[in-house]
Write a protein that binds this ligand. Structure first.
Ligand code: PHE
Length: 385
């Protein structure tokens, strides 16, 4: 049942690069989609995913980790009851190929089809894509592991009873126990707490937090799958189930004390060698990343008048990422004002450039900054100052 076709990278990349008025996928994303970091046993993301997988597979879960990242609007949003006006549907937040297809922004996009195909205990792992801000913890591609468990009349323990409430309570208790066990399996003995949350596809919805490094950290989102979703996946009225989703980078950064999300994409041996020797399912205690010297960064400001139609900040961040690639560490708004007469708004953003593995040369930063300015005026229609 769980045999997976391998991904056809060439075909996927060709699809991503097909021109369409709604295609907002830059070359840097096309080049990095399907990199397979989460299936690489030498990479910290692959090791963490393997560790999660080992925990679930001992209770019979199967794993889907080669699902194509190209999904439909229906898979990513409609099938999960995401409201039509939800911000995540906007092209400022999501990468679209055309009117109907996009790069999944969460692994939950595959939930309904896999339940409908008859799977009842499974993980979905892969790369997900979001247009977002630029700092040490955000990168437009990251990796998630989602999990789903579904029961029906035949598989529910008979003691649970038949009322929807009793079944929901059973699923919720099983969910909490399973995920507390997972956290212990990954982090060892840590303090945990459950916090109420909201997701359109689960009710109730919760987040699990752990006390780690002297602060409470959100680890995952989860909840009891809404009955309507199970019904639409063809499951009978007695069925009940839970789902969760977690971000691998976020957890790996905490676990190994990795200070910058860009490091997951580097092929610098001073990074990769620290993990390549770890046990396949992740060593216990986890590898403590030894940061190699941080090279000097360099900041440049860019100031411009907003275009008449306004500015979606993610479009600005995209301009910087396209010009600078992984040399950009952070983009932050440092000043803004509105002209008293013209009512035009001016903004100043500070861009921090830093190479992970060497010192940047001034001329190269100047060249990148010139490209950033060009893109801001050309792609956003802002007037540079
Ligand atoms: N898809 C959610 C996210 O990306 C996580 C989630 C998955 C929450 C499944 C509940 C159930 O944040």
């Amino acid at each position: 049942m769980s045999s997976q076709p391998s991904l056809d990278f060439a075909a996927i990349r060709a699809h991503l690069a097909t021109p369409h008025p709604r295609n907002n996928i830059p070359a840097s994303i096309t080049a990095r989609a399907c990199a397979g970091l989460h299936v690489n046993p030498l990479h910290p993301l692959g090791q963490l995913k393997a560790r999660i997988q080992a925990y679930f597979e001992r209770t019979g879960f199967s794993t889907f980790d080669r699902l194509s990242p190209i999904v439909t609007v229906r898979q990513n949003f409609d099938s999960l009851l995401t409201p039509l006006d939800h911000v995540s549907r906007r092209p400022t937040d999501t990468y679209y190929l055309d009117d109907d297809r996009l790069l999944r922004c969460h692994m939950t996009a595959h939930q309904v089809e896999l339940i409908a195909a008859g799977h009842s205990a499974f993980l979905m792992a892969g790369d997900v894509f979001r247009r977002d801000e630029v700092d040490a913890t955000h990168y437009p591609i990251f990796h998630q592991v989602d999990g789903v468990r579904v029961w029906d009349d035949a598989t529910l323990p008979s003691v649970v009873g038949t009322t929807p409430k009793a079944r929901e309570e059973f699923a919720l208790a099983e969910l909490k126990e399973t995920l507390e066990g997972l956290v212990q399996h990954v982090f060892g003995d840590v303090k945990m707490r459950w916090v109420d949350a909201f997701f359109p596809f689960t009710e109730p919805s919760l987040e699990l937090e752990i006390y780690f490094g002297n602060r409470w950290l959100e680890v995952l989102g989860c909840g009891v799958i809404r009955p309507r979703i199970l019904a639409e996946a063809g499951r009978g009225s007695g069925s009940v189930g839970w789902a969760f989703g977690l971000g691998l980078e976020r957890l790996a950064m905490v676990l190994h004390e990795i200070p910058d999300i860009r490091l997951f994409w580097t092929d610098e041996p001073r990074f990769t060698d620290q993990f390549a020797g770890a046990a396949p399912a992740g060593a216990t205690p986890p590898v403590q990343f030894r940061p190699y010297s941080k090279y000097p960064g360099c900041t440049k400001d860019v100031t411009f008048w907003l275009p008449p139609q306004g500015l979606a900040e993610n479009d600005l961040f995209a301009c910087v990422r396209e010009a600078a690639g992984d040399l950009v560490e952070r983009v932050e708004l440092i000043d803004s004002f509105t002209h008293p007469k013209t009512a035009r708004e001016s903004r100043c953003y500070r861009i921090t450039y830093r190479h992970m593995n060497r010192t940047l040369v001034n001329e190269e930063v100047d060249r990148i900054q010139a490209d950033v300015r060009l893109r801001i005026s050309r792609d956003i229609g802002a007037e540079l100052r």
